[in-house]
Design a protein around this ligand. Structure first.
Ligand code: HEC
Ligand code: HEC
Length: 349
């Protein structure tokens, strides 16, 4: 039974869910209720870390914290200030999010969904787990600019939080680890897999002629050829780090900052293309404001040098007509998951 915590038993081709026996690990979590993670058909199993099983109490606490500006120094910014549900938890159409004191960062806020399928976080993969990721924005001077001890003491003296931590982690003595675990639990439940395209794969919707053409061009090696990096279906990315030819000399060194490996210069995490219609602007620095600009980049703007990913470097310029680019954009719009964008389970509690 213990394995159910680790590997939720999910059939790839059937809608099913991950049931966990609440009697598991009684010492770790005596009074919690395990959470039933429903994974839509088409998405893979999610591996939940054994030291942070999903519980109703932990998820509810993580959700409250995600929306609470108490995590920022002056109480004005929450995670949700930059990660908004109607934009698939990316920011609005602004290029760089504003942190406290109105300061700007240098990267475009990433959308948040299907995070439980990924191994590295941030555009450069600088955080090795969802738990680790949480403390970065809290401490970042241009984001929430708070110290961990500052956050912990505010939470500890809050009228509700000590009891909520007690419920979730069997201790009212709040620690950074508990804070990281709660938010990571909530983030793992943010699953998006019910777009028109998913419904089409399940035989519940039909694609228009243009959308169908766009899907074919997405797969066609002498046309879009998007699928080598943004895999078709499932998570719509393999999340590998690549240089997609944005700059001859990368302004932001990207993955290089983490590995200090010269060949990683200008590499960024390949993003999922799910919900791409609502997450503009695009790329790590938000340089493109429309999908047409993105298609222009892949059709003719991309730079080829020794840093460019070989999957892109071999493609010829101007290989797509405007009509073909329109079709790919129409196909990309079938990846919008309106249920996810409005699901009350992820909204402000
Ligand atoms: C001021 C805006 C801002 C705030 C506040 C903020 N974020 Fe972010 N978030 C960003 C930006 C920008 C990035 C991309 C950063 C990078 O790659 O360097 C990001 C990236 C992430 C990622 C990585 C996603 C991925 O696919 O790798 C996660 C997870 C995340 N944020 C969660 C949170 C949580 C949880 C909080 C609250 C504790 C939070 N963010 C607060 C702007 C913000
Ligand atoms: C060689 C691999 C590769 C190929 C081929 C490729 N992409 Fe990308 N794509 C990436 C990487 C890496 C990024 C992130 C780059 C960055 O932000 O600096 C990205 C970013 C994007 C973004 C912006 C996502 C966001 O959240 O900002 C869109 C949209 C996109 N690609 C669409 C496409 C389409 C459509 C095609 C086919 C015409 C395509 N890509 C082909 C690797 C690739």
């Amino acid at each position: 039974m213990k394995n159910f915590f680790r590997y939720c038993a999910i059939g790839i081709l059937m809608v099913s869910s991950c049931k966990v026996d609440p009697s598991i690990d009684p010492e770790l979590l005596p009074h919690t209720h395990s959470h039933d993670l429903s994974i839509p058909e088409g998405l893979p199993d999610m591996i939940i870390p054994t030291n942070n099983p999903l519980t109703e109490e932990g998820i509810a606490l993580g959700r409250k914290l995600f929306y609470d500006p108490i995590l920022s120094k002056d109480g004005t910014i929450s995670c949700a200030s930059c990660h908004r549900q109607s934009f698939a938890f990316s920011d609005t159409s602004i290029q760089f999010s504003l942190g406290i004191d109105g300061l700007e960062g240098t990267r475009n806020a990433m959308p948040l969904f299907n995070l439980g399928y990924q191994k590295k976080f941030f555009w450069d993969g600088g955080a090795a787990s969802l738990e680790d990721q949480v403390i970065a924005p809290i401490q970042n001077p241009v984001e929430m600019h708070e110290t961990l001890s500052g956050v912990l003491s505010k939470l500890q003296s809050h009228p509700e939080y000590p009891a909520l931590f007690q419920k979730a982690f069997a201790s009212s003595q709040i620690t950074t680890t508990m804070l990281m675990k709660a938010i990571a639990q909530f983030e793992r439940t943010m699953i998006s897999g019910n777009s028109k395209f998913d419904q089409y794969l399940r035989g519940q919707a039909t694609l228009s002629q243009q959308e169908q053409l766009g899907m074919n061009l997405y797969m066609q090696e002498d046309k879009g050829d998007c699928f080598h990096c943004h895999t078709l279906g499932s998570t719509f990315s393999d999340f590998e780090f690549r240089n997609n030819g944005l700059d001859a000399v990368p302004v932001d060194p990207g993955r290089y900052l983490v590995t200090l490996n010269e060949s990683d210069r200008g590499k960024f995490k390949t993003p999922s293309l799910r919900n791409i219609e609502v997450t503009a602007p695009y790329m790590h620095d938000g340089r493109f404001s429309t999908l047409q600009e993105v298609l222009n980049h892949y059709n003719s703007g991309f730079i080829v040098n020794e840093l460019t990913d070989p999957n892109l470097a071999i493609l010829s310029k101007n290989r797509m007509t405007q009509q073909e680019m329109d079709a790919i954009i129409a196909f990309l719009k079938t990846l919008t998951d309106y249920e996810f964008l409005t699901n009350p389970r992820f909204s402000k509690p």
